[in-house]
Design a protein around this ligand. Structure first.
Ligand SMILES: NC(=O)c1ccc[n+]([C@@H]2O[C@H](COP(=O)([O-])OP(=O)(O)OC[C@H]3O[C@@H](n4cnc5c(N)ncnc54)[C@H](OP(=O)(O)O)[C@@H]3O)[C@@H](O)[C@H]2O)c1
Length: 293
């Protein structure tokens, strides 16, 4: 099987690339701006013609689309950019998949929900409240016109990554290097943090078993951003350089509205894979600390 991983320079894509390659798949990873030794430049938002030309050499059977403009506040004020990156890229890849009989695995988000009643199962009603969520939902609708697809909704992803941009990774770096930081974090935005390595393994299972449809991929952690930071900081009792305060989401005045009771339940996945062992935030932090010693 030949797998194209779009956005392999990012957090989720890099884990997918490494895991799928380690399992013996023929993989090709792509980046847009952040080149790596294992990726080629590929922008899925370009014209359908360009896409077809770029993929004509590799001819993937499966495309895992992890590419997106993920800055939610930027998307809110740059709607056209967001549409091109998130929706147009999917329209192009769906077009390629239809003609070439290719499966599409699309990474989506709990931001397709309004955050009134989370954590959500796959059959919950969608109702996005910001541009990023609206565009991810439109993208999902295009993906679901295919016969062979998986929409994997994820949120609050953490894990090792080249740019160490995810929240837990940044926090761990600040705490282990005693960098001075004052963080003001919402106490009322709940989500389900999930390890990027687990996402890669879950997608691998779904792919080899030829599953179709929507899956929520989350772990068993459910907490606010403030609680998450406090949990990480708790492992560094002597650290005084990182200060954490809590605020309401309203007082933070972020450009994009946030779903407050977000997060997801992966009951469907657990039912189909009862033996799957999830990484918890606690396990990830303790392993990280052991590696540093
Ligand atoms: N991380 C999370 O907590 C989270 C939560 C919910 C959903 N998701 C979804 O999961 C997927 C992967 O997220 P991530 O955290 O791995 O993101 P990430 O680390 O920011 O990586 C995004 C990837 O997309 C590429 N990219 C940038 N602009 C693009 C464009 N216009 N078209 C195609 N690709 C583009 C980036 O390339 P360069 O860096 O090389 O420019 C990078 O490889 C995304 O679809 C995101 O919406 C993530």
């Amino acid at each position: 099987m030949k797998i194209l991983i779009v956005g392999a320079s990012g957090l989720v894509g890099s884990h997918c690339y490494k895991f799928f390659t380690s399992k013996g798949f023929e993989t090709l990873g792509t980046h847009v701006n952040f080149s790596t030794e294992y990726t080629i430049h590929f922008n899925p938002s370009e014209s359908q013609f360009e896409i077809n030309v770029c993929l004509s050499g590799f001819k993937p059977n499966v495309i895992v689309h992890c590419g997106a403009l993920t800055n939610v506040d930027y998307c809110e004020t740059n709607e056209e950019d967001s549409y091109i990156s998130t929706v147009q890229s999917v329209i192009n890849l769906v077009g390629y998949c239809k003609v070439n009989n290719c499966k599409l695995i699309y990474l989506s988000t709990d931001y397709v929900f309004d955050g009134q009643k989370g954590p959500y199962t796959e059959d919950a009603d969608v109702n996005p409240i910001n541009i990023y969520g609206k565009h991810k939902l439109i993208a999902e609708q295009h993906v679901s016109t295919l016969n062979n697809f998986i929409i994997a909704r994820i949120t609050n992803v953490y894990g090792e990554e080249a740019r160490a941009k995810n929240f837990i990774e940044r926090l761990l770096i600040w705490l282990t290097t005693n960098e001075k930081k004052v963080l003001n974090l919402p106490y009322d935005q709940f989500a389900t943090p999930v390890y990027a390595g687990d996402i890669a393994k879950m997608l691998f299972n779904l792919l080899v078993d030829n599953k179709n449809g929507i899956y929520h991929l989350s772990s068993t952690d459910y907490c606010t951003r403030f609680q998450l930071a406090a949990r990480v900081k708790g492992y560094f009792p002597n650290n005084e350089s990182v200060q954490i305060a809590s605020s309401s989401t309203h007082s933070l005045k972020q450009p994009a509205k946030r779903p407050l009771f977000g997060g997801m339940l992966s009951n469907k996945f657990i039912k189909e894979y009862p033996d799957f062992l999830f990484t918890s935030v606690d396990k990830y932090i303790s392993d990280y600390i052991k590696k540093c010693q």
